[in-house]
Design a protein around this ligand. Structure first.
Ligand code: ADP
Length: 291
């Protein structure tokens, strides 16, 4: 059985074929349309799946946003063009003619990482630091989705009541401080207009402002981890997303966490499936649901 796995992020749409042995092949990426219209995402998805016609027997989609009963609603319109009530599952089924399962990207990644760690841990929390900040929670071996599919949207926990306004409408969310978009948004002078990847490169070559922006992000993620530990007593944290996986970032988070009292300490790992955690999680979830 081959699964066409698709990962919809705020920066890129990724797709790949995942077979029963969990081998990933035919990886493809296109930019997420900058245009806010639902038609733009529909066209991009149609373009993406075109290349995979006849190569899979089912489709599994991991997407940023709230994914409830097959419908996508962007919680932070900055990340996905203000999509509201986008019929994601129906659209993917229309263009592929295959059965399709859809879930939130960080929930999917949490499931993949839990499956990898399940011999060791039953309580795993995944945090993606990417265009936004997302999360997925596995408690006692079960993925927490919630009655409105909202569980794990930990990027919208408040980090600083005096912080910047978040695209979701609240103030000072972790996402508004720690995400790739936030790292880039507040940059000034020589860093103005640079994206998070460029700011990380500047930080590594000694630019003080870049180092401070990265450190502020890592500090917000560290405090988020401590809050999660207090709330769930999670056994480990798995970090993913291009910012979460960037060179030296996890070590900064661990260093900050080590300063906190013992009860808040928890091991922090980098995602085993790296940038493919969402794709792999969606495929594993479709297998779990036996579609
Ligand atoms: P998505 O949000 O679409 O899932 P990513 O996980 O790749 O995609 O996150 C995109 C964010 O990560 C952007 O803000 C981008 O600038 C930043 N980014 C990409 N590559 C790197 C890198 N090597 N180091 C730090 N940040 C990166």
């Amino acid at each position: 059985m081959n699964t066409l796995a698709i990962d919809i992020g705020g920066t890129k749409l990724a797709a790949a074929i995942i077979n029963s042995a969990l081998e990933i092949s035919q990886h493809m990426e296109i930019p997420t349309p900058a245009n806010a219209e639902p038609q733009a995402l529909e066209q991009a998805l149609a373009q993406l799946v075109e290349a995979y016609q006849g190569k899979a027997q089912r489709v599994a989609v991991a997407s940023t946003g709230i994914i409830d009963k097959g419908i996508l609603t962007a919680l932070n319109p900055d990340n996905l063009g203000g999509l509201n009530h986008f019929p994601l599952q129906a659209i993917v089924e229309k263009y592929t003619g295959l059965p399709c399962v859809v879930l939130n990207d960080a929930q999917a990644a949490a499931w993949a990482e839990y499956c990898h760690l399940s011999a060791q841990f039953k309580h795993v929390t995944f945090i993606t630091v990417s265009t936004g900040v997302g999360g997925g929670i596995v408690i006692n071996g079960e993925l927490l989705i919630g009655p409105h599919a909202f569980a794990g949207h930990i990027g919208h926990i408040q980090a600083d009541p005096n912080g910047p306004r978040c695209g979701c409408g609240r103030v000072g969310c972790v996402e508004a401080i720690a995400s790739g978009r936030a790292i880039a948004a507040g940059a000034t002078q020589e860093l103005e207009g640079k994206n998070a990847r460029e700011i990380f490169a500047q930080a590594l070559s000694g630019n003080l402002q870049a180092q401070q922006r990265v450190a502020r992000s890592a500090q917000a993620i560290c405090q988020l981890i401590a809050n999660i530990k207090a709330l769930l007593d999670t056994e480990c944290i798995v970090l993913g997303g291009s910012v979460g996986l960037a060179k030296g970032y996890r070590q900064q988070v661990e260093h900050q966490l080590a300063q906190l009292p013992q009860a808040f300490q928890v091991p922090v790992y980098s995602a085993h499936y790296q940038h493919d955690a969402g794709l792999m999680g969606a495929a594993l979830w479709s297998e779990h649901l036996v579609i």
